[in-house]
Design a protein around this ligand. Sequence first.
Ligand code: PYC
Length: 308
Amino acid sequence: MRVIDSHTAGEPTRVVIEGGPDLGTGPLAIRAARLWTDHPDFGPSTLCEPRGHDAIVGALLTPPSDPSCATGVIFFNTVANLGMCGHATIGLAAVLYHMGRITLGVHRFETPVGVVEVDLLSPDRVRAKNVESFRHLKDVTVEVPELGRVSGDVAYGGNWFFLSKHDAIPLDFARLSELTSATIAIRNALERNGITGAGGAYIDHIELFGPAHGQADSRNFVLCPGGAYDRSPCGTGSSAKLACLVADGMLAPNETWVQESIIGSTYDLTYVPGNTGIIATIEGAAYVTSETTLLFSNDDPYRTGIRA
Ligand code: PYC
């Protein structure tokens, strides 16, 4: 299998350019579902140790159903698909440019949750226009045994998020393991209490906010599906954050919001109104880090990755 790796604001993406599974034809959302039903070992083989690690997001290229798109893409991590992925969209644009498949300028990518538009400003600087983001629930409170009462909003930015200003643990890089345990406890409590996104959607991302350490408007810590945290400010999570700010009347169209991640990297975000929510634009930098052929020996006991 041939892959090209990059990172966007510190968060890794692995684009599968050759050797991925055949998902057949049909709408991209159906093909994306087949990735785990028909090929359950593909994600862990490609991303888990010993060939990767659980923070990597995969991007499987597949033909688009919409001919105006440069490619179709299915984002996945070691445990599940992601509907959209902001950092991986930015990384994908940088990788396709590196491969000579796209030029600088505007291109469309089809994801299982809608078409996103990227503007490749330079070989490593990308502005990505996300699918529509919106707030679903405001000020939900949940009892978390390990933490007490935690309040936050439920919002969609291409994935489902619970966004909270819970400040018991400072958003410091040195507190990563406590932040990870706390956000896993919040996610479990939401599930136990039946708190979901629209239509019963599982909330698989938890996002905590606090004051920026640098010049940004805010700092975040984002737990991704599974147990990894986002090194970047999370494109879909920042879009969900903007939707909440806009719903509270705190951000005007085209005003820039700078979101800082737990490692101090930043995205510049703006929005325009959508049909019921907002269309967020995420601008950040991505760098190609390697071109690799992954090998899978039949004798290798960890052929399909090291898993719990
Ligand atoms: O940038 O949207 C994002 C993202 C989701 C999970 C990891 N990164």
